[in-house]
Design a protein around this ligand. Sequence first.
Ligand code: HEC
Length: 120
Amino acid sequence: MTMTVQPRHLKLGLAGQEKNWVYAQYELHELEEALERVGKIVPKWREIDIAGNILATTKEPLEAVEQAIKAKDPAKFADAYGRLTATCNACHQSSNVEMIVIQVPKTSPFANQDFRPVKP
Ligand code: HEC
């Protein structure tokens, strides 16, 4: 889960905060692929159906994020991204890993990447 889901989730959040919609769309797709990969690599974890749950629970917020990106709507993005993040935590809680708490990023740990739009 940590492998690529975490940085993709983070970068998607930063992209939306910077209203970098072209890049946000790219990262959204990367996050979807990363989630699919986790389902394939870790289909089951301690009796929990990860493969089934991961796509089922994230589908709706991911679609809402996509609509916000298409609409270039920062408020809609913040709302949808917040719901996506809540979905991460909901599964951690139901999987008994509730100490893994994901949040909306406040700052970028990627000092070598500019998240602002190339063409504003
Ligand atoms: C379907 C359930 C499920 C969903 C949805 C889910 N996770 Fe997880 N996640 C887990 C489980 C289970 C573990 C513990 C796996 C292990 O220890 O091998 C985990 C572990 C993690 C870890 C590792 C913690 C660490 O510090 O090493 C991170 C980071 C993480 N998830 C991020 C996310 C993010 C970000 C999302 C949402 C985009 C998300 N997860 C959605 C089930 C889920």
